[in-house]
Design a binder for this molecule. Sequence first.
Ligand code: PLP
Length: 522
Amino acid sequence: MTMNNQGRPSAVGTSENHELPTISGDRGLDHEEPLIFEIGRDGMTGVDLPDVQMSETRLGGMRRRKPIGLPGLSEPEVIRHYVRLSRMNYAIDAGLYPLGSCTMKHNPRLNEKVARLPGFGDLHPLAPQSTVQGALELIGELMMWLTTLTGMPAVAMSPKAGAHGELCGLLSIRAAIAARGEVRKRILVPASAHGTNPATAAFAGFVIDEVKGTADGRVDMVELEGKLGPDVAAIMLTNPNTCGLFERDIRHMADATHKAGAYFYCDGANFNAIAGRVRPGDLGIDAMHINLHKTFSTPHGGGGPGAGPVVLSAALAPFAPLPLLVRDSRGFRLIEDRDELPARAKPFGRMCAFHGQMGMFVRALAYMLSHGRDGVRQASEDAVLSANYILASLKDVMSAPYGNGPCMHEALFDDSFLEGSGVTTLDFAKAMIDEGYHPMTMYFPLVVHGAMLIEPTESESKESLDRFIHVLRELALEAIAKNTVRFDGAPRYAPRRRLDETAAARKPVLRWKRKDLPQAAE
Ligand SMILES: Cc1ncc(COP(=O)(O)O)c(C=O)c1O
């Protein structure tokens, strides 16, 4: 037994000895855990309840006549089952999580504590507004931070994720174009865009026109300008882009877009690379979503609905969706109805029924207040520094298509260093699992062959980055030397080996039936 990079014991050896039947019956962290239904027994229970005399008259036809197939387990068995399952999950709390474009960074526990304070933790969306003035003030304060950091005059708070924010931005653009009495159907989307960008544009009823990139990983300005015309509604650009690079021509792009009468949508998922340093409003952007779970470290899922607020330029602000938060002599108020609207407001509609993501707002504001503006800038700078450290430390063994200059917050490699080795990007990523790391983002952006996109974030120490770099360097050297043993069939030390990822996504098996109780499982 040796220790893996998280200091946990790990099984070491060939796949043969790994697959020997176990002797202890307690196979530790990394192994199979049956379904709770498979370990449950009839007659076992975790609680002792007194026998109840079920009266036919009390329950009538509602009385259950057949067992329903609930698993019977004692309390410690239940706890152990769920603890074992939780250990199969890779998490940012378990180790470095280099998934590019996802910003898997530490969620400060202070934010968690604040979000659970009574008064925040038990808010109800239908509570009378006079009883939730503090919560509305908090939303107002968060709006102030978002508009200040982005240099934009307005922000829509209701979208629940980045992609939902994209939809909100594009619906605002659609409403603004309609208000001008125009019809514009085309949206220009760079080839390197995140899949949600063209998907959102199509969902909102636009036609997508792809703009190719240059050899140095940026948008091809000649092609972009050639495509701008009276039917173009908007361009949709990610900055820093998905190759981890800042778009140098962004001001020029904004001017050309506005000159053509179109709007500039920026995918702000990567705002964590520039927050506190660059204000998108100064770059000529009209709408940009911010993934609070990335830049402002709210949890990725599991913490309730997410949040993807959208900042809007003066041209788009009137079209922001309901509800609108205002402050007047009566205090803070959410305007929900059109007949209460201020004069200039022409909301396109609404994105969702309620502000269900209050917990995210509390966490994000706690992050901002605890960091301050200088701390937010420092976090962005450190994220960029970490990525450059990785790029500079590995580009002699792993091929970096745009490695001639510095990157922003993500280090991008392609698979040309693997050419002729018999190892693919997928094999390389799976071998990382055996070393105790979650793989980086693979095969994205699509414009780079066999892409490996690494986003270390600012919350890793230098020691943690050094260990990660060491592992990747060793794996790269093994692959280049055609020692494929670590890659063939990896991962070996994971609860699951290689999955058929297409079938797993397209034909998921979501239902389990207890065979001896077919009718009960219905
Ligand atoms: C560049 C980019 N745009 C958009 C999104 C979509 O954000 P969300 O997952 O919050 O919907 C992501 C998510 O990873 C992203 O990386």
